[in-house]
Design a protein around this ligand. Structure first.
Ligand SMILES: [Zn+2]
Length: 189
């Protein structure tokens, strides 16, 4: 839809001022808008998901739209319970992520014609470290569009095979991490 057409549709429609703001937010950047919501709501936005934005709920996981999307059809998979990291998902919840991803991919193709979809999970304590704006663990399903993201490749410090070699040389540390993970996160799944 062209910008003009979208504008006409808003002018003659039932959409509210806040709906229009959501569309305008695309050009303003999500950080600013999410920052504002966070301050005005004063609680976790994903613990307080509004029905209007929710697509479906399945076994403790929710498929929702992004309130300030990067692109039409930008969806989010979020657990109902407030957890902050992907490692806290149970095996069952992880299986639901796969299922919701499948439904989203097929439906986004049907509705918008998208042929590609990225899954984006941000791990980091702040916007500065990972662009994560909401602490509650969530996974973005981002329809692929040619000019949506431009990669700015960084100068390398190592050839990639060296990185692999360093991991292999640190087998002891890796094994310790695997054991720690199994003890902490696999026992209840
Ligand atoms: Zn939450």
């Amino acid at each position: 839809m062209s910008d003009d057409k979208a504008q006409d549709r808003f002018e003659q429609s039932q959409y509210t001022f806040s709906d229009l703001l959501q569309v305008k937010a695309r050009s303003g950047g999500a950080k600013y808008w999410y920052g504002k919501i966070w301050k005005s709501v004063g609680k976790c936005v994903f613990c307080d998901l509004k029905k209007r934005y929710t697509i479906m709920e399945l076994d403790g996981m929710v498929l929702t739209v992004n309130i300030y999307p990067y692109i039409d059809g930008n969806l989010i998979i979020v657990p109902k319970r407030h957890i902050t990291h992907i490692k806290e998902l149970t095996e069952k919840e992880w299986a639901v992520v796969k299922k919701l991803h499948y439904v989203a991919k097929k439906m986004l193709r049907k509705i918008f014609g998208y042929k590609g979809l990225w899954m984006i999970y941000r791990e980091g304590s702040s916007y500065e470290t990972s662009q994560k704006t909401v602490e509650h663990m969530h996974i973005h399903l981002m329809p692929y569009a040619e000019n949506l993201v431009t990669w700015n490749y960084q100068p390398l410090k190592l050839p990639p095979f060296e990185t692999a070699a360093i991991f292999r040389e640190n087998k002891k540390a890796v094994d310790t991490l695997l054991r720690r993970y199994e003890e902490k996160y696999e026992k209840d799944s």
